[in-house]
Design a protein around this ligand. Structure first.
Ligand SMILES: Nc1ncnc2c1ncn2[C@@H]1O[C@H](COP(=O)(O)OP(=O)(O)OP(=O)(O)O)[C@@H](O)[C@H]1O
Length: 477
């Protein structure tokens, strides 16, 4: 029977309640349809157990549910369901004599069982709510109090010997080594600042140029940022991901060392003060190449790990360019692992707090899925096409003056109306060729579907990669 399909997946619930609750509820609703006495009460009871069926799947998280404080109040539910089933079966008896004798006591018993079922209708959501709060508190205290778990084989930079572990090539640096590499964070080594810290350029004793992110002491999530970078994706290796070289957690300093990307970020080239001669500013082909590279990195995160990795902070300032203009995605400090099919709710301040890149469905539901990254990447595609930042100032009504609009609301209607030409950034080739226009139309159409308000209707990142490959072939012809 359809009604039980949802709960069928939640085997843990049946174990919790102590009986095959799913099977029993199905039997009760079926039997209620053919009751010969107390028909109305049976129907009411069937409606109530149906509601229980809807609620039980919320009691997931088996480890939590096994705790006595959650298990105790549910202990009687299995028994109550069994009794409800027996009562409804009695109401099917044919014998007139039997029906006459039992009608009244059956009605009383049905009333009693109904009120017991009612109490579970209150209890189940309450338990689910308490479990959720318990979980949120646990996550919060983990974030605030956890000290960094050092990687199993931490190495100093003096012994760049590669440990045969998941930490291959990721070194643990001392504070003295970091200070030496960055001239003690001298002002002239500063390359940028984000919400979680300041980035300095440094040189290691072996001559490698590195970026050193000094996670700010006031950053609420500083332990989490470091921990996540180190543990969420054990040694991710991809030609379009900025490589993590090491870390330092000494005294009250938390630092990350990555390869240095000398050509800055996509954001700098689109919205900053980079020279117009920058190929990213001046060439449509390079722009599509940058998008394709970044999308391949996201595809790697979404599809190469089990559970997959959601980046959670896709934006143009996290797409960096190395000396050869190869794009690499950076900043895994807010990423999370995501089990397909498991509905998880995460509070990711980085995603919620970033204007213009926010997935509206995530903001509404708190449900994080790989489609959240796809949405943010759709915004980056619009930035590349228009040369405009995700939040733009437009002219409002006369008395309003300038008003802030997000790029999505500004650009989507024009693309959908077939007026891409009105949007295109004027800095690359002023007269794109017909094939280039076609390439940009592919990018624009892909952006439109990535930006669908409903995450389920957005493409997977692998489809986005495929479309950008086509766009790049067209742009290169
Ligand atoms: N590996 C790197 N090589 C060169 N420059 C870098 C590197 N990493 C970061 N930067 C520069 O430092 C700036 C700040 O980076 P950071 O990751 O701290 O913040 P963000 O991504 O701009 O913002 P937020 O932290 O709020 O997400 C970047 O915009 C970039 O210009």
């Amino acid at each position: 029977m359809e009604l039980w399909a949802g709960l069928g997946q939640a085997a843990t619930v049946a174990q919790l309640v102590g009986v095959d609750a799913g099977g029993l509820i199905t039997l009760i609703t079926q039997a209620a349809l053919t009751a010969r006495q107390n028909k109305k009460a049976c129907e009411q009871l069937s409606r109530r157990v149906y509601m229980i069926a809807d609620l039980l799947p919320h009691l997931q998280q088996p480890e939590l549910m096994r705790r006595p404080e959650f298990q105790r109040p549910l202990a009687g539910l299995g028994h109550t369901l069994r009794e409800a089933h027996d009562l409804v079966m009695l109401c099917q008896r044919k014998s007139r004599f039997y029906r006459f004798l039992n009608a009244r006591s059956l009605a009383d018993k049905l009333r009693d069982i109904q009120s017991r079922i009612d109490s579970y209708l209150v209890l189940v959501p309450a338990i689910s709510y308490i479990a959720l709060t318990h979980n949120l508190n646990r996550i919060d205290s983990l974030r605030q109090n956890h000290t960094i778990l050092p990687p199993p084989a931490s190495t100093s930079s003096h012994s760049h010997a590669v440990p045969a572990s998941a930490w291959e090539g990721v070194a643990r640096f001392t504070l003295a080594e970091i200070a030496a590499a960055s001239n003690s964070y001298a002002f002239f080594t500063k390359v940028g600042k984000g919400t979680s810290g300041t980035v300095y350029r440094g040189r290691l004793h072996d001559g490698r140029d590195v970026a050193i992110k000094r996670i700010s002491k006031s950053a609420r999530d500083r332990e989490m940022v470091l921990r996540t970078e180190l543990t969420v994706t054990p040694h991710p290796r991809h030609s379009h991901l900025v490589r993590l070289l090491g870390w330092c957690a000494e005294e009250d300093e938390r630092l990350l060392v990555t390869e240095y990307m000398s050509n800055g970020s996509l954001h700098d080239h689109l919205h900053g003060r980079k020279p117009p001669s920058s190929p990213v500013t001046a060439s449509w082909k390079t722009r599509v190449e940058v998008l394709l590279g970044a999308s391949r990195a996201i595809k790697y995160l979404h599809h190469s790990f089990v559970p997959s990795v959601i980046h959670c902070n896709i934006k143009s300032s996290n797409i960096l360019l190395n000396a050869g203009w190869t794009p690499r995605l950076s900043d895994l400090g807010f990423s999370v692992r995501h089990e397909a099919g498991v509905e998880e709710h995460h509070y990711q301040p980085q995603v919620v707090g970033k204007g213009g890149y926010m997935d509206p469905e995530y903001c509404r539901t708190g449900r994080l899925t790989p489609a959240t990254d796809v949405y943010s990447f759709g915004v980056v595609m619009l930035e590349v096409l228009t040369g405009k930042p995700p939040i733009i100032a437009t002219r409002g009504e006369e008395e309003q003056g300038e008003v802030q609009t997000d790029l999505v609301h500004f650009a989507l209607p024009l693309i959908e109306a077939g007026e891409l030409d009105k949007l295109l950034d004027g800095r690359p080739e002023p007269q794109p060729t017909a094939l280039q226009i076609e390439a940009l139309q592919w990018v624009a159409n892909t952006a439109v579907v990535c930006l669908h308000r409903r995450s389920i209707l957005r493409p997977r990142i692998s489809d986005v990669v495929a479309n950008l490959e086509i766009a790049l072939r067209l742009a290169s012809s």
